[in-house]
Design a protein around this ligand. Structure first.
Ligand code: GDP
Ligand code: FE
Ligand code: FE
Length: 202
């Protein structure tokens, strides 16, 4: 896929920030490496949005903010789980599971982004969900296939994504669960629910 500079003027429908201001806000939250990943996700997400008729602006905002909370301290995240009465089961997991769910909360609170579809895309980008809008699917898949990702199967995932978004969601969901099991990682129940809904045959 070609790599063209992104020239996007936001309409103010989703955020009062310009794209450049949003980029600066996101950049301040993370390492340069993660920031480059975020820009890669935006690029892939916009390509998918063009193909699958999703709002480019919404996709850009969701992509730029999807890992907003990934580098917050465990202590801050644990405090937030208690204070905002998130499911206490989350305490058995770590930043990998927290940053989407709590990230959506922090993006709303700190950046003022309130669009539910965008917030759900952030919330579900790691673990998926039984029902995902096209925007949620685009972010879920773009996070997996962005140009900086290098792992066995990523080329196949990119090929699927270019042809059939649902097939790409299914492939990613299955591969992620398989990878977690191979590495004896604890599976968050919603990850299994996503697998059951998207991959398992009834
Ligand atoms: P990133 O934030 O761009 O690195 O990507 P993601 O947000 O998609 O995923 C973060 C990490 O969480 C990845 O290493 C996933 O494999 C991992 N992950 C996804 N689901 C689960 C789960 O159910 N349990 C655990 N322990 N890790 C998971
Ligand atoms: Fe993430
Ligand atoms: Fe990510």
């Amino acid at each position: 896929m070609e790599n063209k500079p992104i020239q996007l003027v936001y309409s103010k429908k989703y955020t009062t920030l310009t794209r450049n201001e949003l980029i600066q806000a996101v950049k301040s939250q993370m390492s340069l490496k993660r920031f480059q990943h975020v820009l890669g996700v935006e690029q892939s997400a916009i390509q998918l949005a063009e193909k699958y008729n999703v709002s480019i602006e919404a996709v850009s905002i969701a992509a730029l903010t999807h890992d907003y909370a990934k580098e917050r301290s465990d202590k801050e995240m644990q405090d937030l789980i208690y204070r905002e009465q998130f499911d206490l089961e989350l305490l058995d997991y770590g930043s990998n599971i927290w940053h989407g769910l709590l990230g959506a909360f922090l993006v709303k609170q700190e950046l003022g982004i309130a669009d539910l579809d965008i917030l759900n895309a952030i919330k579900h980008h790691t673990i998926g969900a039984e029902k995902m809008s096209l925007l949620e699917q685009v972010i879920y898949v773009a996070d997996y296939i962005e140009p900086g990702r290098v792992f066995p199967g990523v080329e196949y995932a990119r090929k699927l994504a270019a042809e059939d978004l649902q097939a790409a969601v299914q492939y990613e969901t299955k591969q992620t669960l398989q990878h977690l099991i191979e590495n004896n990682r604890k599976i968050y129940p919603k990850t299994i629910a996503t697998y059951n809904k998207w991959v398992a045959n009834p």
